[in-house]
Structure formats: structure tokens, C-alpha cells
Design a protein around this ligand. Structure first.
Ligand code: GAL
Length: 506
């Protein structure tokens, strides 16, 4: 490549501005992600069962921007070949997507497996592999079969067995070709955010009980599905399994707030990580204590955070082959002043901390109201995980920028560059064993309560057109160029037509 020659030439001349080498380690893998409800559509195709997002979006259009829903979404149910073509155009090493539980098991249970659902995922997996792209598969990205919700969903302890039965079907059907599995995407969102706010499916508000019972059951479900892989599939298929956590990073606003920031990190990261990744297992002690005290103050005879038995602790502890981290944003945290309104936010726990959360004054806002940019947060978070849980293998399973659209997305290019630089620093300077990076997302899609109004895609999708055409943004050329060069030392496209460095790839 011309650019590489320029870098080498500069290096020979000792010109520092162009010699900084932002090359990724050999073997580092780049991918992009999507999720079933956000892209597939085909909500009632053939024998597919109804799930909680089908029901929630139909029953509560008023909660979702422009009353949008995922009935058609990007129509990936029909257009999976185009999706593979896009993954090829970008040069992805892997594509992360999720299975729709009710497309595969229309009733949610394993007595009946859909042929249509099986064929759909076989086509996608085989097509990806034929293009040299590894599938990375999430079992659950928020679309629970409705019949299971009617039995209490994630608040019914039997969910751990239903989920494990579903996992067995998925591992049996696809495990010969899928080598990286994520059991559950973002427990904190399906439990904490959903039950604290009621604005995500299943649309139930139950901050004290729903959120905490769900949290415990999700961890048990993940653990059982992991153990199942170990006992029945690992020796045959040699794959890897973990779960993907959504981690918001917290910085103390002043030197006096360090302890508070640590509690905030334990609340968001620790609750879903300590039981699995720490040596001792169980809830983070600081959170367990805080929840027990607050529950007592509120008159409960027991903590609203359900305890683990010793057997459950052992079941969950160590159920990982790597740490999968989704990361978008960060917050500053400080103690509230006398009488000051304190943070409740989407996550539980904060209302009990007497804390105020805010973005830094120079952090850029994005199209998602909750999302401010702070690139060092991604590095801080990885270092914290390494220090607390050990020197394991890490993957970034989601990271990307929200905009209101447009093909010339220079802001997204800058976002990717700044966050990827932080990851390279984490690898080089902090010794973090990061092996995979996943851009969220391959194409614009149904962004939950924001409907189609907020765009995260490398490809723009025209949702007015029944064919849902996809067009690469400037950031798609940029990402393709990074992948091709295995480096951030690439020329940035000036607009969506500028394929300067990416001409050969796209
Ligand atoms: C994540 C979620 C994705 C996507 C993204 C951007 O929390 O896993 O489905 O919506 O956020 O908001």
C-alpha cells in the first residue's frame, strides 16, 4: 500500500507526525454485529413464534419513537445474502449475530424445532463460512418467546432450564461450525434497565424485585448453558463460550469520590461479572452489603438482592472462556450535596448511593440521549477488569456511534479512530490480551425505543424502500481500510464517495 510506504519513508526520515505506528497485533480480529429482532423482520414468517418484542412493539407503539417496530426491520430474513456480501465488502474476520429463540423454537420449548428457522441460520452460517467469515453467535439478544414470558420470563427460576434446553438445540444444530458463542447479551439491560423503567420489553416496571430476581436467573441461565457446552459439546467442537456485558465506565468527579466511583463500577460491572469472573464468586461484597442495608431500611425482612446458595455460587463461578465487553459510554460520579437531586438513571443501585452522575463538560453528545463520547473510558474499563478478575482473554463485542444519519459520517470515523487507539494503548501499555473488536453495527437497524430514528450503521439502510437497500457510509470505507491494513495508519475518506484507500476493497 502507498500509505504503508509513506509511513516507512517517514520513519526513515524520523518525521514523528507520521511515524506513530498504530498497527494491530498479528492475529487480532475485526468484526461487526447485529441482533435478530433489530434486523431480521419476518416477525410472523412461516412457523415463527411471537416474542416479547413483537408483542411489546404492537401493544405499546406509543413508547417507541414514531411507533416503529421490527416487523420488517432490515428484512434480513430475506436479505441475508446481501448481509454476507456487506461483511465481505468490509473484509470482516467475523460477523456477530443473534438467533431468534422463537424462530428456532416457536413455543420457546424444545419439543418442536422449526425447519424454517434451522434453514435460515444454516444458510447464514454456511454463507459466512464460504466467504471466509467466522460466525460469532449470541443465543439471546432480548427477544424472549412470548409463551415463556407468560410464565414469568426471566423472573421464573425455571428459565435456567428452558434456556439450557434452547442452548442444547443451538449447539447441536450449529456447534460444528460456530466456534464462538455468547449466551446472553447485556443482562444489565434485560434486567435492570427493563425492570427499572418498563420501557423495554416485556414492559413491566418492578425495580426492586423484577430487576434483581431477573439478574440472579440470568446468571444461572448463562452458567447452566456454559456447563452444558462443557459436558456435551466442548470435546467435539472445541469452541468458546461467554456472555456479553454492557459496561459503562465511571470516573470520580473529584479526588473525594474515588470510593463512590468504585461502588458504581461494582454496581454496573461487578453485579454481572463478580459471580462469574472473580476467584471467590457470588455478588460483589460491597453491593451485597449496600443492598442488604437498604432493604432493611425499607422494611424488608430479607435483601431484595436474592442470595446465592453455595452450590449456585460454584455453578456460576468460572463459567467463561473469555470476557466479552460491549462498551459505548462513561460518566463522572460525585457525592450529592445536601438536598440535591440524586441519580436514579436506568440502572438499579444508584438511587441508593446518594450520587450525581454527569458527562464531562467536553464529552461530545451523540444521537442517543444516554451516550456521551469519552474514548479513555474503554481503556479504563479493560484495565479495571484485568486488575479485578485476572489476565484473561478479552473481546470487544460491541462499540460504535449513534448519529441521526447521513452518508458522510466523519463523526463515526473519528469515534472509531479514537476508541480503537485507546484499545491499542490497552494492548501495548497495559498488557490487556484483547483479541477481537466488533463494530456496532453492520447496518442501521431497529434501535429499540428509538425505533429507526437513531443510526449506528456502517451501512445506511433506506427503511422507506420495501427492498431495504443498504449503502456504505464513509465509515464503511474507513473500517474496510483499517481491516485491510490491520492498522489505523490509513487515510481517512473525505466523504462517502471517497474510496481513496478503500477502492480495492469495496
Ligand atoms: C446495546 C445493544 C444493541 C444496540 C446498542 C446501541 O446495548 O446490545 O442491541 O442497540 O446497544 O444502543
Amino acid at each position: 500500500m502507498f500509505l504503508q510506504r509513506v509511513v516507512v519513508f517517514c520513519a526513515l526520515l524520523g518525521v514523528s507526525w507520521c511515524t506513530e505506528d498504530w498497527t494491530f497485533p498479528e492475529g487480532f480480529k475485526f468484526g461487526a454485529a447485529s441482533a435478530s429482532y433489530q434486523v431480521e423482520g419476518g416477525w410472523n414468517a412461516k412457523d415463527k413464534g411471537e416474542n416479547i418484542w413483537d408483542r411489546f412493539s404492537h401493544a405499546h407503539p406509543e413508547i417507541i419513537k414514531n411507533s416503529d417496530n421490527g416487523d420488517v426491520a432490515c428484512d434480513s430474513y430475506n436479505q441475508w445474502e446481501r448481509d454476507i456480501e456487506m461483511a465481505k465488502e468490509l473484509g470482516l474476520d467475523f460477523y456477530r449475530f443473534s438467533l431468534s429463540w422463537s424462530r428456532l423454537l416457536p413455543t420457546g420449548l424444545d419439543n418442536y424445532v422449526s425447519e424454517d428457522g434451522t434453514a435460515y441460520y444454516n444458510n447464514l452460517i454456511n454463507g459466512l463460512l464460504a466467504a471466509g467469515i467466522q460466525p460469532m453467535v449470541t443465543l439471546y439478544h432480548w427477544d424472549l418467546p412470548l409463551p415463556l414470558q407468560e410464565l414469568g420470563g426471566w423472573t421464573n427460576p425455571l428459565i435456567a432450564d428452558w434456556f439450557t434446553d434452547y442452548a442444547r438445540v443451538a449447539y447441536s444444530l450449529f456447534g460444528d461450525r460456530v466456534k464462538i458463542w455468547l449466551t446472553i447479551n447485556e443482562p444489565i439491560v434485560i434486567c435492570d434497565v427493563a425492570y427499572n423503567t418498563g420501557v423495554l420489553a416485556p414492559g413491566i416496571r418492578s425495580p426492586e424485585h423484577g430487576a434483581n430476581i431477573c439478574t440472579k436467573n440470568v446468571l444461572l441461565s448463562h452458567a447452566k448453558a456454559y456447563r452444558l457446552y462443557d459436558t456435551e459439546f466442548r470435546s467435539r467442537y472445541h469452541g468458546e463460550v461467554s456472555l456479553a456485558n454492557q459496561l459503562v465506565w465511571f470516573e470520580p468527579a473529584t479526588a473525594d469520590d474515588k470510593e463512590l466511583a468504585e461502588i458504581a463500577i461494582e454496581n454496573v460491572t461487578g453485579r454481572y461479572s463478580h459471580p462469574i469472573f472473580s476467584k471467590e464468586g457470588g455478588w460483589p461484597p460491597v453491593i451485597e452489603k449496600m443492598m442488604a442495608e437498604r432493604s432493611k431500611e425499607k422494611g424488608y425482612s430479607k435483601s431484595v438482592l436474592p442470595p446465592f446458595t453455595q452450590e449456585e455460587k460454584e455453578l456460576i463461578r468460572g463459567t467463561y472462556d473469555f470476557y466479552a465487553m460491549n462498551h459505548y459510554t462513561s460518566r463522572l460520579i460525585r457525592k450529592a450535596k445536601e438536598g440535591e437531586h440524586t441519580a436514579t438513571w436506568y440502572f438499579g443501585g444508584f438511587r441508593d448511593m446518594n450520587a450525581v452522575l454527569s458527562p464531562g463538560s467536553d464529552w461530545k453528545p451523540t444521537a442517543s440521549t444516554w451516550f456521551y463520547q469519552y474514548p479513555p473510558g474503554i481503556r479504563g474499563q479493560l484495565v479495571w477488569l484485568k486488575e479485578h478478575y485476572g489476565d484473561m482473554k478479552f473481546m470487544i463485542t460491541e462499540n460504535g456511534l449513534a448519529t441521526f444519519g447521513g452518508l458522510n459520517d466523519q463523526d463515526r470515523i473519528d469515534y472509531y479512530e479514537s476508541y480503537l487507539k485507546q484499545l491499542l494503548l490497552a494492548i501495548r501499555e497495559d498488557g490487556v490480551k484483547l483479541t477481537h473488536y466488533t463494530a456496532w453495527t453492520l447496518m442501521d437497524n431497529f434501535e429499540w425505543t428509538d425505533g429507526y430514528s437513531v443510526k449506528y450503521g456502517l451501512y445506511e439502510v433506506d427503511f422507506e424502500d420495501p427492498k431495504r437497500p443498504r449503502v456504505p457510509r464513509a465509515s464503511a470505507h474507513y473500517y474496510a481500510s483499517i481491516i485491510k491494513n490491520h492498522s489505523l495508519n490509513v487515510v481517512k475518506p473525505k466523504n462517502e464517495n471517497d474510496r481513496l484507500t478503500a477502492r480495492e476493497e469495496l
